[in-house]
Design a protein around this ligand. Structure first.
Ligand code: MCN
Length: 772
């Protein structure tokens, strides 16, 4: 497929400073915690102390009598208010539907599950009263190890289901693949395990639910405001048009704020039940142990290759721990992981199976690049093939990677990959790192006992255009000639307020300071999918450009009438419409707006300068791609890994704002480094979470962040503007690149490693095994 040409202009393609940075840096942002309606009451949850236990009794008498307490709700009071299914999405197809009720009354399913809601005059009084709630538990054996739980029926997380398997999807082996695996010169099998992580946004979750008889107004840090509105309407019974969801500034989401988790739903339901305005701001411990977690999964891959390392076929078994109440990623999500697996390579024959397993742990939710385990497994396999047949890892990739003449490529995972350049990304990255020089140095330093390694990871990142619905934009010229844009997608750090303004400014020929972008308020923005799946590059931007083009035509129509000219002879430059060839004939946007909104005075066509546009993509997915190469040094005495160089050669199509794109890549890479080396939501053997503060959950700081060298090679995408997504790629590539680099360093002394996290003890254990 061919790409759309790049747009030129004053703003698009330039590293324009983010328009809201000064406001945010001056502390003028408005996050959920800053929303303080008069009379708001504050909420605190009493949560389960056990991973699995029967509740014998809940005594709330002392809490109800405590100072400042307005209500103490158990499930016995609150649950009857539930008017519809309690799950995180607007539709049921996305999550294996475990029975979910607002507050548990009989049995708890993970440590941190909400049991009681205390409502008080302020947060401190609510927390003090919560201490007085007395719950009598009968502890039960929890289901903690998903690799055991998958085949075990005792204990069961949900006894009524008769199995801990939430869902198993995929394809059976067919004879052709079996024959390939039986006859191939080399058949290699490896299992790659990931550990549990959590997105840990700096702004924790929170909600302010303002109840009144004609509107339920909900301030929430959500990535998908329309989805949130639909869910809240369903559970409360308040009609959708009376539910208004407002997203203010958002301090990071990383997928956790995509689908609406349980706790937020409970607070809003309680607001309706009590007919009071309620506010809940999650604390860090709640966020780490009871929000959403991710990445606890594994892939076993069997690949058949010929003597040259050309892939003949592959079989993948994916298994994921989805906790007790999955918010996301069984069903469609698990299939997605396996569909993407072939990625940037030609794999002639392929089958997959994916199994989602319930455990008595915190819910699985989305996390930036939720399918990323497929890149870990695929790129680990490429290195395994290289070692098995004795060919260099770069060369093995060269022999299998997709080239321009392979495109569009009907990947055996079911996706039609187009507009990508993985082979070019590989070559650029190899050149940037000076690959041959590194290999010479690696051998030299190994003689002195130093372990350095290099890891490569290629990926193709799909942006699910049509999956979350169309993207809607309202755009209008105000009576004084400014341009107001309302979009459903919300900026939670990505810079969308700036990039949308850049697009509008160039498309209408106005200054960026004349564009006002409002976002994430269901009362002012039309329906749209929201921010997630790196979709705003291809989707939101296309919707903005289409709307701007319609509005431009409308503006020129008005100007043509006033100037008595043909609209085709008009141009808009610097906020002024001019008649080509007659520079003295001009009209400012303000003049045009004045006449458009006062037709009796100046204009006869009677149409205002406002547009509503919904963009629907021509294909289900657009695709970006990249090659990450990093080098590491592993200290053989301590097992500590240091990332030395980090290179990204990427293709996200045309760029709206290169500085924002680079920021997205760098942030993603550092998040990935954190995931593979430091971050771990560990549980003890009775289901207590061990990482409940940032002292235990180690997110990387600037000290752990390497300098990231980035190269861009744009292949325009097929949506208007040719922009493709970039937000998740950094984290997808970083994990396999670092893992492969550490494995490469360890291979110098015959040690192997495939499971994460790559903590010093695990690295030392791998080195110890190799020595023994
Ligand atoms: N962009 C661009 N040129 C392109 C593509 C994108 O200038 N060719 C710009 C976009 O206009 C946008 C940013 O780059 O400002 C990211 O765009 P995109 O890749 O389309 O991703 P989304 O805006 O849809 O953001 C979602 C993505 C995801 S899925 C997660 S999770 C994520 C992420 O981006 N969470 C983030 N990046 C994050 N960054 C911050 N700071 N905080 C989060 O919570």
């Amino acid at each position: 497929m061919t790409g759309t040409p790049a747009l030129g202009g004053r703003f698009i393609g330039r590293s324009v400073a983010r328009v809201d940075d000064s406001r945010l840096l001056l502390g003028e942002g408005c996050y959920v915690a800053d929303v303080a309606p008069p009379g708001a009451l504050h909420v605190h949850f009493v949560r389960s102390q056990y991973a699995r236990a029967r509740i014998r009794a809940i005594d709330v008498d002392a809490a109800r009598a405590a100072e400042g307490v307005v209500a103490v709700l158990t499930g016995h009071e609150l649950n009857s208010w539930l008017k519809g299914d309690m799950h995180a999405t607007d539709y049921l197809g996305h999550a294996a539907h475990a029975p979910l009720i607002p507050l548990v009354t009989d049995e708890v399913h993970f440590t941190g599950e909400p049991i009681v809601l205390v409502v008080a005059r302020d947060r401190y009084l609510a927390e003090d009263a919560a201490e007085l709630v007395d719950i009598d538990y009968e502890p039960l054996s929890p289901v903690l190890d998903y690799e055991i739980a998958v085949d075990s029926t005792d204990p069961l997380v949900w006894p009524d289901r008769g199995s801990n398997i939430a869902e198993r999807v995929g394809q059976p082996f067919d004879d052709e693949l079996q024959h390939i695996l039986d006859c191939a010169p080399h058949v290699i099998t490896r299992t790659f395990r990931q550990h549990r992580q959590t997105p840990a946004p700096i702004e924790t979750r929170g909600v302010v639910a303002e109840w009144s008889s004609n509107e339920l107004r909900v301030h929430i840090a959500s990535q998908f405001p329309n989805e949130a509105r639909a869910v809240l309407s369903r559970i409360t019974g308040v009609p959708p048009h009376q539910v208004r969801v407002i997203i203010g500034d958002v301090g990071g989401g990383f997928g956790q704020k995509a689908y609406l988790p349980h706790d937020e739903q409970i607070v809003v339901l309680a607001s309706v039940a009590l007919r009071r305005t309620l506010k809940w701001i999650e604390d860090r411990t709640e966020n780490l142990i009871a929000s959403t977690q991710s990445r606890h999964e594994q892939m076993t891959v069997t690949m058949a290759v010929d003597d040259d390392g050309i892939i003949l076929g592959a079989s993948v078994d994916h298994m994921a721990d989805i906790g007790a109440h999955p918010v996301f990623t069984t069903g469609g999500g698990a299939v997605f992981v396996c569909m993407i697996f072939p990625g940037p390579y030609r794999i002639p024959k392929y089958r997959f199976r994916s199994t989602s397993v319930f455990t008595n742990t915190c819910s699985r939710g989305a996390y930036r690049g939720p399918w990323q385990v497929e890149s870990v497994a695929r790129e680990g396999m490429m290195d395994a093939i290289a070692r098995t047949i004795g060919v260099d890892p770069v060369e093995i990739r060269r022999r299998n990677v997709l080239h321009a003449d392979d495109l569009p490529y009907a990947s055996p995972g079911g996706m039609v990959i187009h507009s990508v350049s993985p082979s070019e990304s590989l070559e650029h990255a190899v050149e940037m790192i000076d690959y041959d020089e590194f290999r010479i140095r690696q051998r030299t330093v190994a003689e002195a006992g130093r372990l350095i390694g290099l890891g490569i990871a290629l990926y193709v990142e799909p942006q699910p255009g049509g999956q979350h619905t169309t993207d809607g934009i309202t755009m209008r010229v105000t009576s004084v000639g400014k341009v107001e844009v309302a979009q459903a997608s919300g900026d939670h750090g990505q810079g969308l307020t700036t990039t949308s303004a850049q697009l509008v400014a160039d498309a209408l020929g106005v200054d960026i300071s004349d564009v006002i972008v409002r976002q994430g308020d269901t009362a002012i923005a039309p329906h749209g999918g929201g921010t997630g799946g790196s979709r705003s590059g291809p989707m939101l931007s296309a919707a903005v450009l289409e709307a701007a083009s319609l509005l431009r035509a409308r503006i020129l129509d008005h100007a043509a009438e006033r100037l008595e000219a043909n609209p085709d002879d008009l141009e808009m430059i610097d906020g002024v419409v001019i008649v080509r060839g007659t520079p003295s004939l001009t009209l400012s946007l303000r003049d045009i707006a004045q006449s458009a909104y006062r037709p009796s005075a100046q204009s006869t066509n009677g149409r205002g300068l406002a547009i509503v546009n919904h963009f629907s993509p021509p294909v289900p997915f657009t695709y970006s791609n990249a090659c990450h190469i990093c080098t590491v040094e592993v200290d053989p005495c301590t097992g500590v890994t240091s990332v030395v160089r980090y290179i990204v050669s990427e293709d996200c199509g045309n760029m709206i704002n290169p500085a924002i794109v680079d920021g997205q890549i760098a942030g993603g890479v550092v998040q990935g480094i954190g995931g593979v080396l430091y971050e771990h939501v560990a549980y003890d053997d009775i289901g207590n979470p061990l990482a409940s503060t940032f002292v235990d959950y180690l997110i990387p700081t600037i000290a752990e962040a390497p300098r990231i060298e980035i190269h861009h090679r744009p292949t325009p995408g097929i949506t208007p503007g040719g922009f493709k997504g970039v937000g998740e790629g950094g984290v997808i590539g970083a994990v396999p690149a670092v893992l492969n680099a550490v494995a490469d360093a360890l291979a110098q002394v015959g040690a192997t490693i495939t499971d994460q996290p790559l903590t010093p003890p695990r690295v030392l254990a791998a080195l110890g095994l190799a020595r023994s």
